[in-house]
Design a protein around this ligand. Structure first.
Ligand code: IMP
Ligand code: MG
Length: 193
């Protein structure tokens, strides 16, 4: 069956089944690695929300959940390199094992900045789990501890990742077609002015 987004966005890069498998694999690894530790999972809003919701249910530990919100992309499909905290953490990180959850590490600028900010709060450890990793797009030396999928430089949408704030609700990850990008196609089939 054709999903509505396949008519307006482009092609599916990662299916729901592939994502589910990756989430399960990451959840098992995280469960094993943080056994007997106090784990604070921090979701980076808004892109990580869908991945985070699935991932935490695969972590078999009594985790504490918190959120941080940053802006990095504006309305463009290119990284601005500017990171601003819009909503800070609600829980202190001091003495905790912190696991950041991201949708994608692209240039790495957001993660590099957040890691520095978190470390200033004296946590026991800071790691990151990202659904997607784009190592070819990196502008810093930073690495990702837990990776769902390593992909190229392509811009992708769905499963939390947005294109002009849209398509976060797709159950899979897609690559928008050139045609769709040029038209500025909306999910309802209309086009932007
Ligand atoms: P970085 O600072 O360049 O690593 O960018 C991280 C943020 O850029 C992510 O959390 C996303 O919000 C956004 N981003 C990077 N690549 C993509 C993409 O392919 N689709 C949608 N958003 C992206
Ligand atoms: Mg994001």
């Amino acid at each position: 069956m054709t999903h509505w987004a396949q008519r307006v966005v482009g092609r599916v890069l990662l299916t729901s089944e592939q994502i589910e498998e990756a989430v399960e694999r990451l959840g098992s690894r995280i469960t094993a690695d943080y056994k007997d530790k106090e784990l604070l999972v921090v979701g980076v809003l808004r892109g990580a929300s869908v991945f985070l919701a699935d991932l935490i249910r695969r972590i078999e530990l009594p985790i504490v959940l918190d959120f941080i919100s940053v802006s990095s992309y504006g309305n463009e499909t290119k990284s601005s390199g500017i990171v601003r905290i819009i909503k800070d953490l609600s829980v202190p990180v001091k003495g905790k094992h912190v696991l950041m959850v991201e949708d994608v590490v692209d240039t790495g600028l957001t993660w590099a900045y957040l890691k520095q900010v978190l470390k200033a709060g004296n946590p026991e450890s800071v790691k990151i789990c990202s659904l997607l990793d784009k190592p070819e797009a990196r502008k810093t030396e930073i690495t990702v501890d837990y990776v769902g999928f390593t992909i190229g430089r392509e811009f992708v949408v769905g499963y939390g990742l947005d294109w002009k704030e849209r398509y976060r609700n797709l159950p899979f990850v897609m690559i928008p077609s050139k045609e769709a990008v040029e038209k500025g196609a909306l999910g309802n089939g209309r086009t932007e002015e």
